[in-house]
Design a protein around this ligand. Structure first.
Ligand code: IVH
Length: 665
């Protein structure tokens, strides 16, 4: 079989398997087999870059190239829906429609997916553009990111789709992926997403499609627009779209009577808890496009549709006590201990009481019956108090004034809702929390868990992170559960931590808001800790994605003498507080011993830039193809003579994208 033929065959099969897996949720081959076929395709494409196709399933991994989004005007403005929480208003909507149309009509009931909306444009069956809602008139072109979502077809099935049409829907991050993402964020010391909606919207706006590809976004499509749609009925058009390969909700139902509509609403109000993605209501749409036109639009929303929103899941239970916990950076969190109550299928015993202002606003008293809600968020929260159920015995809940751990007077910075314990160097949970963060796998990677840190701290071996470097073998052998071997392991990991690169050391310091991504960015501009300590607010915010909050936090941290002393000690023990010269020069030896020939025209970098990249990564760049050439980096319009020579000599031909991924760019 010809290479091109095999490539086409593999591309088709892989897209079909993707469709079966991601849209139909019915995989037909094993993951292993799938990976083998994908690898085969990747290999063939690498060998024949002249057959490069942006719509190949191999391109779903996303390129690593960051691009700011371009704003694009919508073909049709993206309006919103009028909302209601009341069944009476659904009745009114039905009666109003009946009166206006004065003929039979059908209502399509759909789930209201709680993600971020997207508009997809298909031309001749190919996805050409994906745009966010934006302000409804113009949105961001996020095509490169949307291409990585496996349930969105890049090429449509069949051939009875209009030459040009738009389809709208929701991009979602499933609950499971949302939880995993937040766990990762917590480990990284980054702010978690409050709910899957924010996570989906944030992911879609990431500048790096490769990162988007790793987040496992999903989609449901629910609205077609265009001049040549196959049917008058919205429902029928959705069914056609299902045949073209789109993920259309199975829940969607056509109803004729109000009773059927309410049956749908009541069924899904409880059944939605079993769905893998977040929903927040039901959308009712008049089915016929002609009737839709008759009913028309207001400036903000169509008159032919309405959204019925579910009440957030709520329960009422008694407040038993309030705990105030102290975080690593001294934040005090009030947590309510509750009489256990069932909420969204799980037993809830604790809920957030937010902060002092909210406690006062709700006028919470001990023993009160409180309302607990679990909305799109994972942590339940108190949303109010049932004052009528108060028996009058319990005392008012007051925010504490002294730190529950060390007794220091708490502070509440102006303009903030949170309280802090300022005794960072003397408050046990803060000290232990800071050290636990410091030794973490993504920070200094020292062999010591939570229990070990507590043990060291209780025995007075450590009061701060620098003390870890003073621990001797004989100190360890005096402690319970320590032997020769474990002591040696610990000391080896202490030694190894002295080679941990500067950005991770900076992350390990645990400066508020300075997570992994931020510290990586910082060291690119400030190559030494001295540069960073001396940086002004303006210097800091001049860096892309470093905002005022992060800048202030850094300045505050470095203006504290005890922090500077700590850094001086850590530096004395040999920790890396400067970038290595090779990293500054962005030099690697990834391409060591490899000889390249560059040919053709490129879109991401110029030829000279590619030459420089080869050099920086330890490779050799030569002018003409010979038996010594390892790779030909081929752009567009590569000369046929060169191509033939390379093929004859069996030299691997790679595209610029493959080259960039080779050097991890
Ligand atoms: S139809 C003109 N159908 O809800 C009608 N919207 O408040 C356009 N949404 O921006 C929207 N599920 O992001 C429609 N089945 C569904 C929906 C849905 C979720 C979102 C969508 C829209 C918002 C409107």
């Amino acid at each position: 079989m010809e290479i091109k033929e095999r490539i086409d065959q593999l591309r088709k099969s892989i897209e079909e398997w993707n469709y079966q897996y991601y849209v139909l949720a019915k995989p037909s081959i094993s993951d292993y087999e799938f990976d083998q076929k994908l690898k085969e395709l990747e290999k063939l494409e690498a060998e024949s870059p002249e057959y490069f196709d942006l719509n190949s399933p191999t391109q779903r991994v996303g390129s690593d190239i960051n691009k700011n989004f371009i704003q694009v005007e919508h073909m049709y403005p993206m309006l919103s829906l009028s909302n209601t929480y009341s069944e009476d208003e659904i009745k009114e909507f039905y009666n109003r429609t009946q009166k206006a149309l004065n003929e039979d009509f059908e209502i399509v009931c759909e789930l209201k997916y709680d993600g971020t909306s997207i508009s997809l444009i298909y031309e001749n069956g190919i996805l050409v553009r994906a745009i966010t809602r934006g302000d409804g008139t113009r949105g961001d072109d996020v095509t490169a990111n949307v291409r990585t979502i496996k349930s969105i077809p890049l090429k449509l099935h069949g051939d009875n789709y209009p030459a040009l049409f738009e389809i709208r829907g929701e991009i979602l991050l499933p609950w499971k992926a949302f939880q995993q993402l937040n766990e990762e964020k917590a480990k990284n010391d980054e702010q978690p997403f409050a709910n899957p909606r924010n996570a989906a919207a944030g992911t879609l706006k990431l500048l790096n499609p490769k990162m988007v590809a790793q987040r496992r976004l999903d989609s449901y499509l629910y609205y077609l627009l265009g001049n040549n749609l196959p049917f008058d009925g919205h429902y029928e058009n959705l069914e056609a779209a299902r045949m073209w390969g789109f993920k259309i909700s199975d829940a969607t139902k056509k109803c004729k009577t109000l009773e059927e509509v309410f049956e749908f609403i009541h069924y899904w109000d409880s059944e939605r808890k079993n769905l893998p993605v977040a929903t927040d209501g039901i959308v009712l749409k008049i089915n016929s496009a002609k009737q839709q036109l008759n009913l028309g639009w207001t400036a903000k929303s169509p008159r032919w549709a309405i959204a019925y929103k579910f009440q957030a899941e709520s329960a009422e239970t008694r407040l038993l006590s309030v705990e105030f916990s102290v975080g690593r950076i001294g934040t005090i969190t009030p947590v309510a201990n509750l009489e256990p109550v069932l909420l969204s299928g799980t037993v809830v015993k604790r809920a957030s009481l937010h902060n002092e202002d909210i406690i006062n606003k709700f006028d919470v008293h001990y023993g009160d019956m409180c309302y607990v809600e679990k909305g799109g968020e994972i942590i339940p929260k108190i949303t109010g108090v049932n004052i009528e159920a108060r028996t009058g015995i319990g005392e008012k809940v007051r925010f504490i004034e002294l730190c529950p751990a060390c007794g220091t007077k708490l502070i509440r910075p102006e303009g903030e809702a949170a309280h802090y314990c300022p005794n960072h160097s003397g408050c046990p949970p803060q000290i232990k929390g800071m050290i636990e963060h410091f030794v973490g796998r993504r920070a200094m990677n020292i062999n010591a868990g939570e229990e070990t840190i507590s043990q060291f701290y209780e025995h007075g071996l450590i009061h701060n992170t620098a003390d870890l470097y003073e621990i001797k073998k004989e100190d360890l052998l005096k402690l319970d559960r320590w032997g020769e071997k474990s002591a040696e392991n610990f000391l080896e990991s202490i030694e190894a931590s002295k080679t941990v690169p500067f950005d991770r050391v900076l992350f390990a310091l645990g400066i508020r808001f300075a997570g992994e991504t931020v510290t990586k960015k910082l060291v690119k501009t400030f190559h030494t800790i001295e540069d960073l300590i001396n940086a002004s607010y303006d210097d800091l915010v001049a860096i892309n994605e470093i905002g005022g909050v992060i800048a202030k936090s850094l300045i505050q941290y470095f203006s504290d003498e005890s922090n500077k002393e700590l850094i001086a000690r850590l530096k004395k023990y040999g920790l890396q507080f400067a970038l290595a010269d090779e990293i500054i020069a962005e030099k690697t030896d990834i391409l060591k011993g490899k000889t390249f020939v560059i040919s053709g025209v490129f879109s991401e970098h110029s030829r000279d830039e590619y030459k420089e990249l080869i050099d920086k990564n330890g490779g050799k760049n030569t002018g003409s193809i010979s038996a010594k050439t390892d790779y030909v980096l081929a752009g567009e319009n590569m000369g046929p003579a060169k191509l033939e020579k390379a093929q004859k000599l069996g030299i691997t031909i790679i595209s610029e994208y493959e080259f960039l991924s080779m050097i991890g760019s």
